[in-house]
Design a protein around this ligand. Structure first.
Ligand SMILES: Cc1cc2nc3c(=O)[nH]c(=O)nc-3n(C[C@H](O)[C@H](O)[C@H](O)COP(=O)(O)OP(=O)(O)OC[C@H]3O[C@@H](n4cnc5c(N)ncnc54)[C@H](O)[C@@H]3O)c2cc1C
Length: 413
Protein backbone atom coordinates (compact mmCIF):
# COMPACT_ATOMS: atom_id res chain seq x y z
CA UNK A 1 0.00 0.00 0.00
CA UNK A 2 0.94 3.65 0.04
CA UNK A 3 4.35 4.45 1.51
CA UNK A 4 5.20 7.15 4.02
CA UNK A 5 6.93 7.46 7.34
CA UNK A 6 7.30 4.07 9.06
CA UNK A 7 4.47 3.01 11.34
CA UNK A 8 5.20 0.01 13.53
CA UNK A 9 2.27 -1.45 15.49
CA UNK A 10 2.90 -3.19 18.81
CA UNK A 11 0.36 -5.92 18.01
CA UNK A 12 -1.08 -7.26 14.78
CA UNK A 13 -4.29 -9.21 15.48
CA UNK A 14 -5.86 -11.33 12.74
CA UNK A 15 -9.25 -12.54 14.06
CA UNK A 16 -11.56 -14.93 12.22
CA UNK A 17 -14.87 -14.26 14.00
CA UNK A 18 -16.80 -11.39 15.57
CA UNK A 19 -16.21 -13.01 18.97
CA UNK A 20 -12.45 -12.90 18.38
CA UNK A 21 -12.74 -9.26 17.27
CA UNK A 22 -14.56 -8.54 20.50
CA UNK A 23 -11.77 -10.24 22.46
CA UNK A 24 -9.11 -8.11 20.77
CA UNK A 25 -11.11 -4.91 21.36
CA UNK A 26 -11.48 -5.72 25.07
CA UNK A 27 -7.81 -6.70 25.44
CA UNK A 28 -6.65 -3.46 23.75
CA UNK A 29 -8.94 -1.42 25.98
CA UNK A 30 -7.71 -3.21 29.12
CA UNK A 31 -4.08 -2.68 28.08
CA UNK A 32 -4.74 0.99 27.31
CA UNK A 33 -3.51 0.54 23.73
CA UNK A 34 -4.87 2.55 20.80
CA UNK A 35 -6.42 0.40 18.08
CA UNK A 36 -7.11 0.77 14.39
CA UNK A 37 -8.94 -1.49 11.97
CA UNK A 38 -7.57 -2.68 8.65
CA UNK A 39 -9.70 -4.09 5.87
CA UNK A 40 -8.58 -3.44 2.27
CA UNK A 41 -5.71 -1.16 3.41
CA UNK A 42 -6.50 1.55 0.80
CA UNK A 43 -6.77 4.54 3.14
CA UNK A 44 -5.02 7.55 1.58
CA UNK A 45 -4.16 8.81 5.06
CA UNK A 46 -2.88 5.33 6.06
CA UNK A 47 -5.48 5.34 8.84
CA UNK A 48 -5.42 1.55 9.06
CA UNK A 49 -1.83 1.57 10.34
CA UNK A 50 -0.53 3.03 13.59
CA UNK A 51 2.56 3.23 15.71
CA UNK A 52 2.77 1.29 18.94
CA UNK A 53 -0.87 0.16 19.18
CA UNK A 54 -3.06 -2.66 17.89
CA UNK A 55 -3.85 -3.18 14.22
CA UNK A 56 -7.00 -5.26 13.99
CA UNK A 57 -6.45 -6.79 10.56
CA UNK A 58 -9.73 -8.24 9.27
CA UNK A 59 -8.40 -9.74 6.07
CA UNK A 60 -8.95 -13.34 7.26
CA UNK A 61 -12.63 -12.39 7.58
CA UNK A 62 -13.17 -12.11 3.85
CA UNK A 63 -16.23 -14.33 3.39
CA UNK A 64 -19.01 -13.36 0.99
CA UNK A 65 -22.46 -14.96 0.76
CA UNK A 66 -24.94 -14.06 -1.94
CA UNK A 67 -28.61 -14.62 -1.09
CA UNK A 68 -30.11 -14.60 -4.55
CA UNK A 69 -33.71 -14.89 -3.37
CA UNK A 70 -33.49 -12.04 -0.84
CA UNK A 71 -31.38 -9.94 -3.25
CA UNK A 72 -28.94 -9.39 -0.40
CA UNK A 73 -25.18 -9.89 -0.24
CA UNK A 74 -23.43 -10.56 3.07
CA UNK A 75 -19.78 -9.55 3.29
CA UNK A 76 -17.49 -10.09 6.26
CA UNK A 77 -15.63 -7.02 7.50
CA UNK A 78 -12.44 -7.82 5.59
CA UNK A 79 -13.98 -8.76 2.22
CA UNK A 80 -12.89 -6.97 -0.94
CA UNK A 81 -15.14 -5.29 -3.49
CA UNK A 82 -13.71 -7.50 -6.24
CA UNK A 83 -14.42 -10.82 -4.51
CA UNK A 84 -18.00 -9.78 -3.71
CA UNK A 85 -18.59 -8.47 -7.24
CA UNK A 86 -17.36 -11.73 -8.78
CA UNK A 87 -19.62 -13.82 -6.48
CA UNK A 88 -22.69 -11.63 -7.11
CA UNK A 89 -21.96 -11.54 -10.85
CA UNK A 90 -22.43 -15.30 -11.07
CA UNK A 91 -26.13 -14.61 -10.42
CA UNK A 92 -26.34 -11.54 -12.67
CA UNK A 93 -26.56 -9.37 -9.54
CA UNK A 94 -24.46 -6.45 -8.33
CA UNK A 95 -23.94 -3.98 -5.54
CA UNK A 96 -22.13 -0.86 -6.70
CA UNK A 97 -18.76 -0.18 -5.06
CA UNK A 98 -15.97 1.99 -6.49
CA UNK A 99 -13.75 1.44 -9.51
CA UNK A 100 -11.14 -0.84 -7.91
CA UNK A 101 -11.65 -4.45 -6.85
CA UNK A 102 -8.94 -4.52 -4.18
CA UNK A 103 -10.62 -1.81 -2.05
CA UNK A 104 -12.16 -3.14 1.18
CA UNK A 105 -15.97 -3.10 1.26
CA UNK A 106 -16.01 -1.97 4.89
CA UNK A 107 -13.76 1.09 4.54
CA UNK A 108 -15.46 2.09 1.30
CA UNK A 109 -19.03 1.72 2.60
CA UNK A 110 -18.41 3.47 5.92
CA UNK A 111 -17.34 6.60 4.03
CA UNK A 112 -19.63 6.41 1.00
CA UNK A 113 -18.69 4.38 -2.06
CA UNK A 114 -18.98 6.08 -5.45
CA UNK A 115 -18.50 4.09 -8.63
CA UNK A 116 -19.94 2.45 -11.72
CA UNK A 117 -23.55 2.09 -10.51
CA UNK A 118 -23.92 5.13 -8.25
CA UNK A 119 -26.22 7.24 -10.39
CA UNK A 120 -28.53 4.23 -10.83
CA UNK A 121 -28.44 2.70 -7.33
CA UNK A 122 -26.97 5.40 -5.07
CA UNK A 123 -23.72 5.29 -3.13
CA UNK A 124 -22.67 1.96 -1.64
CA UNK A 125 -23.83 3.18 1.76
CA UNK A 126 -27.33 3.72 0.32
CA UNK A 127 -27.43 -0.03 -0.33
CA UNK A 128 -26.39 -1.03 3.19
CA UNK A 129 -29.40 -2.71 4.78
CA UNK A 130 -27.83 -4.08 7.95
CA UNK A 131 -24.56 -4.76 9.73
CA UNK A 132 -22.96 -6.57 12.66
CA UNK A 133 -20.75 -4.28 14.71
CA UNK A 134 -18.37 -4.77 17.64
CA UNK A 135 -18.65 -1.69 19.82
CA UNK A 136 -15.87 0.00 21.79
CA UNK A 137 -16.74 -2.03 24.93
CA UNK A 138 -16.59 -5.32 22.99
CA UNK A 139 -20.36 -5.84 22.77
CA UNK A 140 -21.52 -7.36 19.47
CA UNK A 141 -24.67 -5.70 18.11
CA UNK A 142 -26.88 -6.00 15.05
CA UNK A 143 -27.91 -2.76 13.38
CA UNK A 144 -30.27 -1.79 10.56
CA UNK A 145 -33.10 0.64 9.85
CA UNK A 146 -35.08 -0.73 12.83
CA UNK A 147 -32.23 -1.82 15.11
CA UNK A 148 -29.94 0.72 16.75
CA UNK A 149 -30.98 3.28 14.08
CA UNK A 150 -28.54 5.96 15.29
CA UNK A 151 -25.63 3.58 14.92
CA UNK A 152 -26.93 2.54 11.49
CA UNK A 153 -27.13 6.21 10.47
CA UNK A 154 -23.50 6.80 11.52
CA UNK A 155 -22.19 3.74 9.67
CA UNK A 156 -23.56 5.17 6.42
CA UNK A 157 -21.08 7.95 5.68
CA UNK A 158 -19.64 8.63 9.13
CA UNK A 159 -16.38 6.94 8.14
CA UNK A 160 -14.27 4.91 10.53
CA UNK A 161 -14.36 5.34 14.28
CA UNK A 162 -17.79 4.05 15.34
CA UNK A 163 -17.25 0.36 16.02
CA UNK A 164 -15.66 -2.51 14.12
CA UNK A 165 -17.95 -3.71 11.34
CA UNK A 166 -17.72 -7.49 11.14
CA UNK A 167 -20.52 -8.08 8.60
CA UNK A 168 -22.23 -5.86 6.03
CA UNK A 169 -25.60 -6.73 4.44
CA UNK A 170 -25.97 -5.06 1.06
CA UNK A 171 -28.83 -4.72 -1.42
CA UNK A 172 -28.23 -6.45 -4.75
CA UNK A 173 -29.71 -5.20 -8.02
CA UNK A 174 -30.18 -7.22 -11.18
CA UNK A 175 -27.28 -6.35 -13.47
CA UNK A 176 -27.07 -9.06 -16.10
CA UNK A 177 -24.60 -7.04 -18.16
CA UNK A 178 -23.31 -3.54 -18.73
CA UNK A 179 -21.82 -1.51 -21.56
CA UNK A 180 -18.72 0.12 -20.23
CA UNK A 181 -15.02 0.84 -20.39
CA UNK A 182 -12.58 3.57 -21.29
CA UNK A 183 -12.93 6.49 -23.68
CA UNK A 184 -10.02 8.88 -24.25
CA UNK A 185 -9.68 12.17 -26.10
CA UNK A 186 -6.98 14.69 -26.87
CA UNK A 187 -6.81 17.41 -24.20
CA UNK A 188 -9.39 19.88 -25.51
CA UNK A 189 -11.13 21.97 -22.81
CA UNK A 190 -14.52 21.79 -24.52
CA UNK A 191 -14.31 18.00 -24.60
CA UNK A 192 -13.64 17.81 -20.86
CA UNK A 193 -16.47 20.22 -20.11
CA UNK A 194 -18.96 18.66 -22.55
CA UNK A 195 -18.28 15.06 -21.55
CA UNK A 196 -18.84 15.76 -17.85
CA UNK A 197 -22.00 17.70 -18.73
CA UNK A 198 -23.20 14.86 -20.96
CA UNK A 199 -22.87 12.27 -18.19
CA UNK A 200 -24.66 14.62 -15.78
CA UNK A 201 -27.53 15.01 -18.27
CA UNK A 202 -27.72 11.30 -19.17
CA UNK A 203 -30.24 8.84 -17.72
CA UNK A 204 -29.32 7.50 -14.27
CA UNK A 205 -28.14 4.23 -15.79
CA UNK A 206 -25.01 6.01 -17.00
CA UNK A 207 -22.38 6.51 -14.32
CA UNK A 208 -18.95 7.78 -15.07
CA UNK A 209 -15.88 9.69 -14.12
CA UNK A 210 -13.71 11.83 -16.32
CA UNK A 211 -10.02 12.46 -15.74
CA UNK A 212 -7.74 15.17 -17.00
CA UNK A 213 -4.50 13.33 -16.44
CA UNK A 214 -0.97 12.62 -17.52
CA UNK A 215 -1.39 9.70 -19.93
CA UNK A 216 0.24 6.56 -18.54
CA UNK A 217 2.40 4.46 -20.90
CA UNK A 218 -0.52 2.08 -21.42
CA UNK A 219 -0.54 0.00 -24.60
CA UNK A 220 -4.12 1.01 -25.40
CA UNK A 221 -3.13 4.68 -25.67
CA UNK A 222 -1.36 5.98 -28.80
CA UNK A 223 2.37 6.29 -28.01
CA UNK A 224 2.45 9.98 -28.95
CA UNK A 225 0.13 10.73 -25.98
CA UNK A 226 2.22 8.93 -23.34
CA UNK A 227 3.37 11.31 -20.62
CA UNK A 228 1.19 14.13 -22.01
CA UNK A 229 -2.17 15.48 -20.83
CA UNK A 230 -5.13 13.41 -21.97
CA UNK A 231 -8.83 13.24 -21.13
CA UNK A 232 -9.83 9.76 -20.06
CA UNK A 233 -13.31 8.67 -18.99
CA UNK A 234 -14.40 5.43 -17.38
CA UNK A 235 -18.09 4.93 -18.05
CA UNK A 236 -20.66 2.26 -17.27
CA UNK A 237 -24.14 1.97 -18.78
CA UNK A 238 -26.23 -0.39 -16.63
CA UNK A 239 -29.60 0.03 -18.36
CA UNK A 240 -31.17 -1.83 -21.28
CA UNK A 241 -28.35 -2.78 -23.68
CA UNK A 242 -30.25 -1.45 -26.71
CA UNK A 243 -30.34 2.04 -25.13
CA UNK A 244 -26.56 2.23 -24.55
CA UNK A 245 -25.64 3.75 -27.89
CA UNK A 246 -28.06 6.66 -27.44
CA UNK A 247 -26.76 7.35 -23.93
CA UNK A 248 -23.15 7.28 -25.09
CA UNK A 249 -23.66 9.22 -28.33
CA UNK A 250 -22.91 12.68 -26.84
CA UNK A 251 -19.56 11.33 -25.56
CA UNK A 252 -18.66 9.61 -28.81
CA UNK A 253 -19.62 12.76 -30.75
CA UNK A 254 -16.29 14.23 -29.65
CA UNK A 255 -14.33 11.67 -31.65
CA UNK A 256 -12.44 9.77 -28.95
CA UNK A 257 -8.95 8.56 -29.87
CA UNK A 258 -9.59 5.45 -27.78
CA UNK A 259 -12.96 3.74 -27.44
CA UNK A 260 -12.86 0.53 -25.42
CA UNK A 261 -16.49 0.76 -24.35
CA UNK A 262 -18.18 -2.59 -24.99
CA UNK A 263 -20.85 -4.95 -23.71
CA UNK A 264 -19.51 -7.06 -20.83
CA UNK A 265 -20.44 -8.63 -17.53
CA UNK A 266 -20.41 -6.25 -14.60
CA UNK A 267 -17.43 -7.99 -12.89
CA UNK A 268 -15.45 -7.44 -16.12
CA UNK A 269 -15.49 -3.71 -15.31
CA UNK A 270 -12.96 -4.56 -12.59
CA UNK A 271 -10.56 -6.44 -14.84
CA UNK A 272 -7.03 -5.14 -14.56
CA UNK A 273 -7.40 -4.97 -10.79
CA UNK A 274 -6.56 -1.32 -10.32
CA UNK A 275 -3.32 0.51 -9.81
CA UNK A 276 -0.50 -1.09 -7.84
CA UNK A 277 0.22 1.59 -5.26
CA UNK A 278 2.66 -0.43 -3.14
CA UNK A 279 5.55 1.82 -2.21
CA UNK A 280 3.95 4.83 -3.88
CA UNK A 281 3.78 8.19 -2.15
CA UNK A 282 0.50 9.88 -2.97
CA UNK A 283 -1.05 13.24 -2.23
CA UNK A 284 -4.74 13.91 -2.75
CA UNK A 285 -7.21 16.73 -2.19
CA UNK A 286 -10.94 16.59 -2.70
CA UNK A 287 -14.15 18.59 -2.70
CA UNK A 288 -17.26 19.22 -4.76
CA UNK A 289 -17.66 21.50 -7.78
CA UNK A 290 -20.02 22.35 -10.61
CA UNK A 291 -19.57 20.84 -14.04
CA UNK A 292 -16.43 22.66 -15.22
CA UNK A 293 -17.00 25.33 -17.86
CA UNK A 294 -14.43 25.65 -20.65
CA UNK A 295 -12.25 28.01 -18.69
CA UNK A 296 -12.14 25.70 -15.67
CA UNK A 297 -11.54 22.71 -17.94
CA UNK A 298 -8.64 24.52 -19.64
CA UNK A 299 -7.12 25.29 -16.24
CA UNK A 300 -7.39 21.61 -15.24
CA UNK A 301 -5.66 20.44 -18.41
CA UNK A 302 -2.95 23.10 -17.99
CA UNK A 303 -2.37 22.07 -14.37
CA UNK A 304 -1.89 18.44 -15.37
CA UNK A 305 0.47 19.52 -18.14
CA UNK A 306 2.59 21.37 -15.58
CA UNK A 307 2.93 18.39 -13.21
CA UNK A 308 6.33 16.74 -13.01
CA UNK A 309 4.97 13.17 -12.78
CA UNK A 310 1.73 11.14 -12.68
CA UNK A 311 -1.09 13.56 -11.87
CA UNK A 312 -4.84 13.60 -12.28
CA UNK A 313 -7.87 15.83 -11.87
CA UNK A 314 -10.67 13.32 -11.30
CA UNK A 315 -14.28 14.40 -11.91
CA UNK A 316 -16.91 11.96 -10.62
CA UNK A 317 -20.37 12.87 -11.81
CA UNK A 318 -22.92 12.85 -9.01
CA UNK A 319 -26.70 13.27 -9.44
CA UNK A 320 -29.18 10.50 -10.20
CA UNK A 321 -29.96 8.27 -7.23
CA UNK A 322 -27.15 9.85 -5.18
CA UNK A 323 -29.02 13.16 -5.14
CA UNK A 324 -32.41 11.70 -4.25
CA UNK A 325 -31.43 10.85 -0.66
CA UNK A 326 -31.95 13.57 1.94
CA UNK A 327 -28.80 15.21 3.34
CA UNK A 328 -29.79 14.15 6.89
CA UNK A 329 -30.87 10.59 6.09
CA UNK A 330 -27.32 9.29 6.33
CA UNK A 331 -24.00 10.65 7.62
CA UNK A 332 -22.98 11.45 4.01
CA UNK A 333 -24.18 15.06 3.88
CA UNK A 334 -23.08 16.02 0.37
CA UNK A 335 -26.04 15.00 -1.76
CA UNK A 336 -26.80 18.01 -3.92
CA UNK A 337 -23.45 18.54 -5.64
CA UNK A 338 -22.91 18.07 -9.37
CA UNK A 339 -19.35 16.72 -9.36
CA UNK A 340 -16.96 15.22 -6.82
CA UNK A 341 -13.62 16.68 -7.85
CA UNK A 342 -10.30 15.34 -6.61
CA UNK A 343 -6.72 16.11 -7.54
CA UNK A 344 -4.00 13.57 -6.94
CA UNK A 345 -0.32 13.15 -7.63
CA UNK A 346 1.95 10.18 -7.10
CA UNK A 347 5.60 9.29 -7.03
CA UNK A 348 7.69 6.26 -6.07
CA UNK A 349 10.56 8.61 -5.20
CA UNK A 350 10.59 9.97 -1.62
CA UNK A 351 12.63 12.94 -2.84
CA UNK A 352 9.82 13.98 -5.16
CA UNK A 353 7.13 13.80 -2.48
CA UNK A 354 7.33 17.48 -1.52
CA UNK A 355 6.95 18.53 -5.17
CA UNK A 356 3.92 16.27 -5.57
CA UNK A 357 2.33 17.71 -2.43
CA UNK A 358 2.98 21.26 -3.65
CA UNK A 359 1.37 20.48 -7.03
CA UNK A 360 -1.72 18.97 -5.36
CA UNK A 361 -2.05 21.83 -2.93
CA UNK A 362 -1.75 24.44 -5.68
CA UNK A 363 -4.21 22.65 -7.99
CA UNK A 364 -6.67 22.11 -5.13
CA UNK A 365 -6.77 25.79 -4.27
CA UNK A 366 -7.09 26.73 -7.94
CA UNK A 367 -10.09 24.41 -8.43
CA UNK A 368 -11.75 25.24 -5.10
CA UNK A 369 -11.31 21.82 -3.47
CA UNK A 370 -8.88 22.85 -0.74
CA UNK A 371 -11.63 23.69 1.73
CA UNK A 372 -15.40 23.31 1.99
CA UNK A 373 -17.36 20.06 2.02
CA UNK A 374 -15.44 16.90 1.16
CA UNK A 375 -15.83 13.12 0.75
CA UNK A 376 -14.17 11.43 3.71
CA UNK A 377 -12.69 8.56 1.66
CA UNK A 378 -10.70 10.90 -0.59
CA UNK A 379 -9.42 13.25 2.10
CA UNK A 380 -5.67 13.73 2.02
CA UNK A 381 -5.37 14.61 5.71
CA UNK A 382 -6.91 13.43 8.96
CA UNK A 383 -6.49 16.56 11.10
CA UNK A 384 -9.70 17.69 12.86
CA UNK A 385 -10.17 20.46 10.29
CA UNK A 386 -10.00 17.91 7.46
CA UNK A 387 -12.52 15.59 9.12
CA UNK A 388 -14.83 18.55 9.82
CA UNK A 389 -15.09 19.08 6.06
CA UNK A 390 -16.44 15.54 5.66
CA UNK A 391 -19.02 15.88 8.41
CA UNK A 392 -20.03 19.51 8.59
CA UNK A 393 -22.68 21.18 10.74
CA UNK A 394 -25.58 19.05 11.92
CA UNK A 395 -24.02 15.86 10.49
CA UNK A 396 -20.89 16.36 12.59
CA UNK A 397 -22.92 17.10 15.70
CA UNK A 398 -25.04 13.99 15.29
CA UNK A 399 -21.96 11.86 14.57
CA UNK A 400 -20.29 13.07 17.78
CA UNK A 401 -23.49 12.29 19.71
CA UNK A 402 -23.62 8.76 18.27
CA UNK A 403 -19.96 8.17 19.20
CA UNK A 404 -20.65 9.48 22.70
CA UNK A 405 -23.52 6.98 23.01
CA UNK A 406 -21.89 3.91 21.45
CA UNK A 407 -18.23 4.67 22.13
CA UNK A 408 -15.53 5.62 19.65
CA UNK A 409 -13.08 3.02 18.44
CA UNK A 410 -10.45 3.02 15.72
CA UNK A 411 -8.92 6.06 14.07
CA UNK A 412 -11.82 8.41 13.34
CA UNK A 413 -12.45 9.36 9.77
C1 LIG B 1 -6.61 2.73 -5.74
C2 LIG B 1 -7.81 3.29 -5.01
C3 LIG B 1 -9.03 3.39 -5.68
C4 LIG B 1 -10.16 3.89 -5.02
N1 LIG B 1 -11.35 3.98 -5.70
C5 LIG B 1 -12.45 4.44 -5.07
C6 LIG B 1 -13.70 4.56 -5.76
O1 LIG B 1 -13.81 4.28 -6.95
N2 LIG B 1 -14.77 5.02 -5.06
C7 LIG B 1 -14.70 5.35 -3.75
O2 LIG B 1 -15.73 5.72 -3.18
N3 LIG B 1 -13.53 5.25 -3.06
C8 LIG B 1 -12.41 4.83 -3.70
N4 LIG B 1 -11.22 4.76 -3.02
C9 LIG B 1 -11.15 5.24 -1.63
C10 LIG B 1 -11.56 4.14 -0.68
O3 LIG B 1 -12.98 4.08 -0.62
C11 LIG B 1 -11.04 4.47 0.74
O4 LIG B 1 -9.64 4.56 0.69
C12 LIG B 1 -11.51 3.42 1.74
O5 LIG B 1 -11.43 3.96 3.04
C13 LIG B 1 -10.67 2.18 1.64
O6 LIG B 1 -11.18 1.18 2.45
P1 LIG B 1 -10.23 -0.08 2.78
O7 LIG B 1 -11.03 -0.98 3.64
O8 LIG B 1 -9.65 -0.61 1.52
O9 LIG B 1 -9.04 0.62 3.55
P2 LIG B 1 -8.46 0.54 5.02
O10 LIG B 1 -7.22 1.36 4.95
O11 LIG B 1 -8.33 -0.86 5.49
O12 LIG B 1 -9.57 1.25 5.89
C14 LIG B 1 -9.98 2.58 5.65
C15 LIG B 1 -10.57 3.15 6.96
O13 LIG B 1 -11.70 2.37 7.35
C16 LIG B 1 -11.46 1.74 8.62
N5 LIG B 1 -12.01 0.39 8.52
C17 LIG B 1 -11.67 -0.55 7.60
N6 LIG B 1 -12.40 -1.65 7.79
C18 LIG B 1 -13.20 -1.42 8.86
C19 LIG B 1 -14.17 -2.20 9.55
N7 LIG B 1 -14.47 -3.44 9.14
N8 LIG B 1 -14.79 -1.66 10.61
C20 LIG B 1 -14.50 -0.40 11.02
N9 LIG B 1 -13.59 0.39 10.41
C21 LIG B 1 -12.94 -0.13 9.33
C22 LIG B 1 -9.96 1.78 8.81
O14 LIG B 1 -9.61 1.76 10.18
C23 LIG B 1 -9.60 3.08 8.11
O15 LIG B 1 -9.84 4.18 8.96
C24 LIG B 1 -10.06 4.29 -3.66
C25 LIG B 1 -8.83 4.21 -3.00
C26 LIG B 1 -7.71 3.73 -3.67
C27 LIG B 1 -6.40 3.68 -2.95
Amino acid sequence: MFAGEARVPAVLARPRTAAEVSGVVRAARDAGLPLTVRSGGHSYTRASLLDGGVVLDLRLMDGVRIDQEARTGHAEGGASAGAYTAAAGEHGLATGFGDTGTVGIAGLTLGGGIGFLSRRDGLTLDNLVGAEVVLADGEIVETGPDQEPDLFWALRGGGAGTGVVTRLDLRLTETPGVVGGILAWRPEPEVLSDVVAAIAAAPDELSGMVNAMVAPPAPFLPGELHGKPVIMALVCWSGAPEAADDALAPLRAHAPVVDLVAAKTYPAMFEGGGPDVAGVRAAIATGFTDVPDREAAAAMIDAVGAASGPAVVNLRVMGGAIGRVGADETAFAHRGHAVMTSVAGMTPDPEQEAAVRAWVSDAASRFGVDDGPAYVNFLGGDAPEDLARAHPGATGERLRAVRAKYGAIGAPA
